[in-house]
Every structure is written in structure tokens, then in C-alpha cells.
Design a protein around this ligand. Structure first.
Ligand SMILES: O=C(O)C(=O)C[C@]1(C(=O)O)C=C[C@@H](O)C=C1
Length: 364
């Protein structure tokens, strides 16, 4: 086929693609109407949940299954991310809060999960993102929960203690590469700004290459980039995305200690999704330390109901000294029979127990 013929065929296919995209969009509007009707019939007020992570997971798996190439599975997912982003924005006006300013890894994780068609709202602190999601100032909030190199994000766990009503709706995994950005060359740098998590992921490189340079912790990696752009002899540890956003140069690319550095984020909203068949649940509880073995008794309940625990963390409860809030992530959905029986039984050993949410297991 010659060039003109191939371009002519592409033009015809584009017409069909656009027609099909609009056919899908009309069906998505029908889905929105059916969700509203169903709430009305149940006598529930408020808007239906437009972002349904379990359904999206099925769509991604299905379309990647249909794919015979030459497009890669990643390309199909990226195209469908935008199709579903447009689909969400057709059904409702959706906003997503994240730890700003633009260019943070939270921003990138939010874009990865929600695409280009939604409104993104930056907040200065993780606590503010969680409060905004709890108050419905934004439809959804996205917060980091843990990094594979540096561990749990304590600000997020501590903020859950103050906002126990917010619900986890989904998890997002984002590969993270930290880089050193500045307007100056390496030998001229006198100060490095970053978020404590990013310093934790790149300390070996900093110890080796900038051992006597002051490290200043700030609220986010993109805030660090903003400061580095406005001060003499300053640099930031942040994403390379910040180079064009804040007019900085990449002085050293990938200064991350671990080669498969990944951060896991939660999407927060007013409710969790229904069972997807492959879910996780995050619990927050305190136990009575005057009872010997209280924590052990609580955790034994999961073993009794054959429930796998994937993570356990503790934070000071801030109510009494040496009194802890435990965060346990388990396999299964709050509504699964074995999980719901375990939750009934574990309450006997807990002073208080909050289910922070159930969400489909994601590996991407
Ligand atoms: O199935 C739904 O609930 C929809 O709203 C449709 C749809 C889609 O476009 O496929 C859009 C958004 C949801 O997050 C999941 C799926």
C-alpha cells in the first residue's frame, strides 16, 4: 500500500473509531443513569459512585485479553485509561485532591489512575488531602501509604486516626525514580530540598556525592523543585517531570538507592467498592495493653479464619503515652464471609476497631 492509500485508510478507520468511542460514551451515560435510578429505588440520597475500581480492573483485563497486537498491552491500557477518564467526566464532575504542587509523585499516581479528563486539586499537606476527601471538598483524594525502599508514610497513618470515616476505594502502585534537579552544576550546590521520603530513598547517593551539603525537608518533592528554582545554589530531589514544570536541569538522573523503588497510594472517597473477588482490607484498631497478649489474641483471629495479613504497622495513639494504634492489612473484602466473621470476633479484643476500607488488589 502506498503512503496516500495508507493515510486514506487511516482516515476511514479514525471515523469508525470516533463513532465507536461515542457509542461507548452513550452507554456510559446509560450506566450513570442506571446507578442514579438504583439509588433512588433504594431511597438513598446523594450521588452514585462514578469511579468503580473493580469494574475498571475488569475492563483493563478484558481489553488486554482482546488485544492481538501489534499494539502492546501497555499501549492498550494507556488508551483505555483516557477512554474511562472521559467516561467518568461525562457521568459526573469529578475532582481529585493530591499532595501538591503539580509534579509530585502523588500527582503522577493520580493521573495514572484517573487520566486527563478530570480536575486535579493540589493540597499542601497529606492531612489536608484526607480532610478534603472526608468533607467531600473533592470527590476523591489520593495519598501515599508506603514506599518499597523507605517504608510506611507516617503522616497518612496519623491522619487516618483523625478522619476515620474516610474510605479507601482503590490502591495504585507507581514506580518512583528520584533525580537531582538544579539550575547549577553539582559542585556549586550548597543546599538540597526534598520530602523526607525522597531523602530516605536517595540518602546513599547524597552521602556519596553531596556529603557536606545541607538537606532541608519540605512538604513535597515538587515544593522542593519550586524552592530550588527560586534560590541560588539550591537543588531538589524530585521527579524529572519537575524539570520542565519549574525550569530546572537534571543534574543527576536516578539517584534512588533501590532499582525497583515503588510507592503505593490509596484513593480515598466516601465508600469502598463492592467485592471484586480479589480484594484487600485495611483495619485500624487499639487493644487493651493491660490484658497480657491482647495484640496476639487479636491477630490470632485472622489465623483462625485463614485470613492472610499483608502488613502491620503501629503508631502512637496520641490519647495516652505508650498506647498504640495498629494498622493491619489483610487479604479479603469486609463483606466476604470469613472476613466479616473475623471482624465480629476480633472486636472482643479491641478497644476500638475501624475498617478503613476494602479495595481491589492491584499490581500496577
Ligand atoms: O461501569 C461503570 O460503573 C462505569 O461507570 C463505566 C466505566 C467505563 O467507562 O467502563 C467508567 C468508570 C468506572 O470507573 C468504571 C467503568
Amino acid at each position: 500500500m502506498d503512503l496516500d492509500a495508507a493515510r486514506g485508510r487511516i482516515s476511514k478507520v479514525d471515523r469508525q473509531v470516533v463513532e465507536l468511542l461515542n457509542e461507548r460514551a452513550r452507554l456510559s451515560l446509560n450506566v450513570g443513569a442506571a446507578k442514579r435510578q438504583s439509588l433512588k429505588e433504594q431511597g438513598v440520597s446523594g450521588k452514585p459512585e462514578v469511579y468503580v475500581p473493580g469494574q475498571e480492573k475488569q475492563v483493563f483485563e478484558r481489553v488486554r485479553g482482546f488485544n492481538q497486537g501489534p499494539l502492546s498491552g501497555e499501549s492498550i491500557s494507556a488508551i483505555y485509561r483516557e477512554i474511562m477518564s472521559a467516561s467518568i467526566s461525562l457521568q459526573s464532575e469529578v475532582s481529585v485532591g493530591y499532595l501538591g504542587p503539580p509534579g509530585t509523585f502523588s500527582h503522577q499516581a493520580a493521573m495514572k489512575r484517573f487520566g486527563e479528563s478530570l480536575a486535579y486539586v493540589p493540597y499542601t499537606r497529606i492531612e489536608d488531602v484526607i480532610a478534603a476527601a472526608a468533607k467531600e471538598e473533592v470527590t476523591y483524594g489520593l495519598v501515599p501509604i508506603e514506599n518499597s525502599t523507605f517504608g510506611v508514610v507516617v503522616q497518612t497513618l496519623d491522619a487516618f486516626v483523625c478522619q476515620p470515616l474516610v474510605k479507601i476505594r482503590a490502591e495504585v502502585h507507581l514506580p518512583v525514580t528520584q533525580s537531582l534537579l538544579s539550575r547549577y552544576q553539582l559542585s556549586a550546590i550548597r543546599k538540597v530540598y526534598s520530602h523526607p521520603q525522597a531523602f530516605g530513598q536517595s540518602h546513599a547517593w547524597l552521602d556519596a556525592h553531596l556529603p557536606n551539603v545541607t538537606r532541608v525537608e519540605v512538604s513535597s518533592t515538587a515544593k522542593a523543585a519550586e524552592l530550588a528554582a527560586s534560590e541560588t545554589y539550591a537543588a531538589a530531589i524530585c521527579s524529572e517531570v519537575c524539570a520542565s514544570l519549574y525550569q530546572l536541569d537534571v543534574v543527576a538522573s536516578n539517584v534512588t538507592t533501590s532499582s525497583d523503588n515503588t510507592t503505593r497510594f490509596f484513593v480515598l472517597g466516601q465508600s469502598s467498592d463492592k467485592q471484586s473477588g480479589d480484594d484487600k482490607t485495611l483495619l485500624m484498631f487499639t487493644v487493651d495493653h493491660r490484658e497480657p497478649g491482647a495484640l496476639c489474641s487479636a491477630l490470632n483471629v485472622f489465623a483462625k479464619f485463614k485470613i492472610n495479613q499483608t502488613a502491620i504497622n503501629s503508631r502512637p495513639s496520641r490519647q495516652r503515652p505508650w498506647h498504640y494504634m495498629f494498622f493491619v492489612e489483610i487479604i479479603g473484602h469486609e463483606l466476604d464471609d470469613n472476613v466479616s466473621s473475623a471482624l465480629d470476633e476480633i472486636k472482643k479484643y479491641c478497644l476500638d476497631l475501624v475498617v478503613l476500607g476494602s479495595y481491589p488488589r492491584q499490581f500496577y
